[in-house]
Design a protein around this ligand. Structure first.
Ligand SMILES: NC(=O)c1ccc[n+]([C@@H]2O[C@H](COP(=O)([O-])OP(=O)(O)OC[C@H]3O[C@@H](n4cnc5c(N)ncnc54)[C@H](O)[C@@H]3O)[C@@H](O)[C@H]2O)c1
Length: 348
């Protein structure tokens, strides 16, 4: 079923990333006029070309080129802009004249953020403020901000709702929390309509962020041990990218989404051991070991998706048994060809 986005011009800031390019492709398929704005320097081609000793580097280059090829094949313009530069971003958004801006740019990894708070601030909050300020001048219809389940900190109940207490731990969660406050402040001061989305533990095709599911599969394929932090009983609300992108499109197409905050997940936390068990069914030789839990990683669980169900009509279609298995199959079927540089980009 088509989602009603076809009359919208949508700019995705940080749109060549894992979520962004999947969203761009889905929006295009549903008839939207979609533009990607991205610097390609964070968790992208710039980072990986600059790091010759990175594990699985060839695979990541191949995946990133595949993203760019898909955007090109679908006639989605990629504007290469560092969104930390206010004036460059302004020029780019002025040319695009979007109805909707989705702000995805960030250092999207908690460990990395704790290692490098300075550049995390710049790529996450500086870029956000630049997007917000441009959005209010352009008088756009909706500003969408990608927050995170990390802003809850340790979950106090098995299931958190959007109005549960927020008590983030570490740099990443603190910046996401600040980001939400900035978005709401722009609404209070300038009437900028917003939607805040809180995802959790996304996994799926063409991710290079080395989150747990991806590392499990890559280690299993390479015959390396799989490390579970903690005893395996810790739970995450793993969410398949296809569900998430559908939810985001519903948030863009639904008037009810304006000035609201949504958890957008599967709505069913699963243990790390359960994920490893599914992996073992596909890689029976895989060896599992345990390591200490990272004290800066909050203990999480299920994010309630009742609000997204009732206001957006969102339904999650993929439990781990479907989504993670589809992801494993994608990896197994990936052709290991040479990565090439078939890029078509607008450098601004
Ligand atoms: N993937 C998840 O599980 C998850 C969970 C919670 C929240 N989020 C949030 O969703 C958003 C997108 O995450 P993702 O997984 O797609 O991350 P990603 O790292 O794959 O994509 C981020 C993109 O932003 C771009 N970017 C960063 N700094 C930039 C800058 N200065 N100028 C222009 N582009 C810049 C990068 O080049 C990259 O393409 C992030 O804000 C992240 O914090 C993701």
């Amino acid at each position: 079923m088509k989602i009603a986005v076809k009359d919208k011009r949508i700019a995705l800031v940080g749109g060549a990333g894992f979520i962004g390019h999947n969203l761009a492709l889905a929006l295009k398929e549903n008839g939207a006029d979609v533009h990607v704005i991205d610097g390609l320097q964070v968790n992208h081609l710039g980072t990986i070309y600059g790091n010759p000793s990175m594990p699985n580097r060839d695979i990541y280059l191949q995946i990133l080129h595949e993203r760019m090829d898909l955007l090109q094949q679908n006639n989605i313009p990629v504007h290469v802009v560092d969104a930390r530069d206010y004036h460059l971003l302004c020029q780019s958004l002025d040319n695009i004249r979007p109805h909707v801006i989705v702000h995805l740019a960030a250092i999207a990894h908690a460990n990395q953020s704790n290692k490098d708070p300075h550049s995390t601030f710049d790529h996450s909050l500086r870029t956000l403020e630049n997007s917000l300020d441009n959005a209010r001048s352009l008088k756009i219809e909706q500003f969408i901000y990608l927050s995170s389940s990390m802003i809850y900190g340790n979950f106090l109940q098995a299931e958190v709702k959007e109005n549960s207490p927020l008590d983030p731990i570490g740099i990443y969660g603190a910046l996401k929390f600040s980001g939400e406050k900035m978005v709401v402040a722009y609404n209070q001061v300038f009437d900028l309509p917003y939607t805040i989305i809180r995802p959790s533990a996304l996994y799926g095709q063409r991710c290079v962020s080395r989150r747990v599911g991806q590392i499990f599969i890559e280690n299993a394929m390479n015959g390396h041990e799989i490390t579970i932090t903690g005893d395996g009983s810790d739970k995450l609300d793993f969410t398949y990218i296809k569900d998430f992108v559908n939810g985001l499109m519903l948030a863009i197409s639904t008037e009810n989404a304006k000035n609201q905050i949504f958890n957008l997940t599967t709505g069913n936390a699963r243990t790390l051991s359960e994920m490893a068990k599914i992996l073992k069914q596909h890689f029976p030789e895989a060896k599992i070991k345990h390591a200490d839990w990272d004290r800066l990683m909050p203990k999480r669980g299920t994010l309630s998706i009742e609000k997204a169900k009732s206001l957006l009509g969102y339904q999650s279609q993929y439990q781990l048994e479907q989504g993670f298995v589809e992801y494993i199959d994608w990896y197994k079927n990936m052709e290991h060809g040479d990565s090439h540089a078939g890029l078509s980009v607008v450098v601004e």
